[in-house]
Design a protein around this ligand. Structure first.
Ligand SMILES: [Zn+2]
Length: 339
């Protein structure tokens, strides 16, 4: 299946393109400095960086959404799989910390930079995720065939050859792929799940719609490590996938739920950005609250959406990666949800 390569290509800017890249307003954004982009510039063999956290839990940075690894006494559990082309490299990194079989792969949501490696992992691991992750992955060929021909036309008109080629390849993929061949989760759940490995309990919590409507976070109880998936971007402006059921307001609800539940001394792996702690979650919540607040004030003052989006600026967050690329989109979504 070629789509993960294509999705990888499309997501050069921040590696947060959905699976599939459905119905996005703009064409491929320009490359920006980000951990993902930086890793792109390195040699293929050294894109990875592994960070021991506590107990048998590690964070693995590569290209795409950060990976969590639990090296249990009998087996390994992995959180997210980045891209197909680097999945063998991910397995090689895991082999540096454990020679046990890789039995479980949890997907935090359906985006291509988190599930692209599923095709490799499905050969030996049980893939587990929220119901909507499976639904959205299986619906992707139909979504592409519905949404992409128009985008292809646009790209051709604009003379954007590379994008046109990529879109047309994706359309070809969607025409020929058998839905049953898509490496979607084979075990799904609707609210919570616990996996028991040695003396560790791995809790998986589905959260209210935030990044998408299929988000889960993963909490390693004994190690006190939380993998947030894309419900947390650390010092990175988020992509809020409202077309996949995501919500700006929902982020606040989801983050509050996590903050009420996780111990103050937990270590936290974000979907994008560096490993942090609970203060990183609070800082990100503040960003979301500030964007929403700006939208609400502008709306109350009678400004138009167009005027608001054109002029809105939150200087406190200028240093966040992706501010230029995604802040305005966050602001527009906040406007739509402002009361
Ligand atoms: Zn995502």
């Amino acid at each position: 299946m070629r789509t993960t390569h294509l999705v990888a290509f499309l997501s050069l800017s921040a590696a947060i393109l959905p699976f599939p890249a459905r119905a996005r307003q703009s064409v491929v954004p320009k490359a920006t400095p980000s951990p993902a982009a930086e890793h792109h510039d390195r040699q293929p063999q050294d894109i990875f960086r592994i960070q021991p956290l506590s107990g048998a839990v590690y964070a693995l940075y590569g290209r795409g959404g950060n990976i969590g690894i639990f090296a249990g006494p009998q087996a390994v559990l992995v959180v997210d799989s980045q891209f197909k082309d680097i999945a063998p490299g991910i397995v090689a990194e895991i082999r540096k910390v454990s020679d046990k079989p890789i039995k479980f792969l949890l997907n935090t949501h359906h985006h291509g930079d988190h599930v692209g490696g599923n095709e490799v992992f499905k050969q030996f691991a049980m893939i587990v995720a929220h119901d909507n992750v499976r639904k959205r992955m299986l619906a992707s060929p139909a979504d592409i065939l519905r949404d992409y021909p128009a985008r292809l036309e646009e790209a051709r008109k604009a003379g954007n050859e590379q994008t046109a080629r990529t879109l047309s390849d994706l359309i070809e993929w969607a025409k020929t792929v058998k839905v049953e061949e898509i490496a979607a989760p084979v075990m799904t759940f609707d609210s919570e799940l616990r996996i028991h490995m040695g003396d560790e309990t791995i809790q998986v919590w589905h959260l209210p719609p935030a990044h998408t409507d299929g988000d889960s976070v993963v909490y390693f109880e004994k190690a006190k490590v939380l993998h947030m998936g894309d419900d947390l971007f650390n010092k990175v402006v988020p992509f809020i996938d409202v077309q996949s059921g995501g919500s700006v307001r929902g982020y606040l609800v989801a983050l509050d739920r996590v903050l009420a539940r996780v111990p103050a001394d937990a270590k936290v792996i974000p979907g994008h950005g560096e490993v942090t702690d609970v203060s990183g979650i609070r800082a990100f919540r503040q960003y979301i609250a500030d964007v929403l607040d700006a939208a609400q004030k502008a709306k109350a003052s009678g400004k138009s959406k167009e005027d608001f989006v054109k002029n809105v600026d939150l200087p406190a967050y200028k240093d966040f990666q992706g501010y230029k690329d995604r802040f305005k989109a966050n602001a527009a979504s906040a406007w739509d949800e402002a009361q």
